[in-house]
Design a protein around this ligand. Structure first.
Ligand SMILES: NC(=O)c1ccc[n+]([C@@H]2O[C@H](COP(=O)([O-])OP(=O)(O)OC[C@H]3O[C@@H](n4cnc5c(N)ncnc54)[C@H](O)[C@@H]3O)[C@@H](O)[C@H]2O)c1
Length: 253
């Protein structure tokens, strides 16, 4: 696609998009016709992932964005506004997933996980939400987790608490931005078929855990990515402040 053809395409920004679920989400948004900024703390990895989507750079770019830094969100917004357009879609996906047993979590580790997962989502919603509200349209999707609803099984207390906080932040930003054309939703997956899950949980334990899932399988990250694309669509204008559960039947409400 030429640069001129690409200028009509809406822009999406995904955090933590160099690997894992974020990368799947970036790929599905790109396939759905978005110009996608793949951002990550590891900017080089984000650039490599973007180059695989579109080597010309017309419809995919990689950005170094550490969600701990409000200034990084502001810089990404400025850069995208100047080069492409104000993003219509933000996916707050970056996270640090740790499994330390609760009595062994240090105060420093607790704060680190809360800062990346919860405060990072807060900063993304605040900075991009403001720009979207001024533009009169936006879609924010926050990656929460089943762990934030049931306290988690393999994941740590800090991780689960951060994800519970994201569910609440989602409602607050949804209420704040609803009248200005901006929706804010959370997706709450159970364990997914991803390298991060296989790295965090020993194979034998993962097999046991999978047998306890009612559908007896790990979740499909591609489906999560397509759900994000659906929530990002213009038609999703009445879906806001909600948590979209995809957990194989582990938690029903
Ligand atoms: N994997 C699962 O089963 C699962 C289940 C429920 C929810 N989730 C959520 O989905 C999201 C993605 O999970 P994943 O398994 O792909 O994780 P992952 O650890 O594989 O990838 C996370 C990405 O975030 C990036 N990142 C970490 N700290 C960052 C920071 N400070 N700033 C910017 N980027 C940073 C990492 O570099 C990495 O590319 C997370 O929010 C996670 O909580 C995952």
């Amino acid at each position: 696609m030429s640069d001129a053809d690409a200028t009509a395409l809406p822009v999406a920004l995904v955090t933590g998009a160099a690997a894992g679920l974020g990368r799947h989400i970036a790929e599905e948004l790109h396939a759905a016709g978005y110009r996608v900024a793949l951002s990550d703390r590891d900017g080089e990895a984000a650039q490599r992932a973007a180059a695989e989507l579109d080597p010309s750079g017309a419809t995919a770019c990689g950005l170094a964005l550490d969600v701990l830094q409000r200034g990084h969100f502001e810089a990404a917004l400025d850069r995208l506004r100047n080069a492409w357009a104000v993003p219509q879609v933000l996916v707050n996906n970056a996270a640090l997933t740790l499994t330390t047993p609760v009595m062994q979590i240090t105060p420093e580790e607790f704060s680190q996980v809360l800062d990346i997962n919860l405060r990072g989502t807060f900063l993304g919603c605040q900075v991009l939400g403001q720009a979207m509200a001024e533009a009169g349209f936006g879609r924010i999707v926050n990656l929460a987790s089943l762990a934030g609803q049931n306290g988690g099984t393999a994941s740590g207390a800090h991780y689960a608490s951060s994800k519970a906080g994201i569910l609440t932040l989602t409602k607050i930003f949804a209420r704040e931005l609803a009248s200005r054309g901006v929706t804010v939703n959370a997706v709450a997956p159970g364990p997914l078929e991803l390298p991060s899950v296989r790295a965090a949980v020993p194979a034998e334990r993962l097999e046991q855990l999978t047998k306890q899932i009612p559908v007896q399988r790990l979740g499909n990250p591609r489906f999560i990515a397509r759900l994000v694309v659906l929530l990002a669509s213009a038609e999703a204008d009445s879906a806001t402040g909600a948590a979209w559960d995809v957990n194989g039947g582990i938690f029903m409400r």
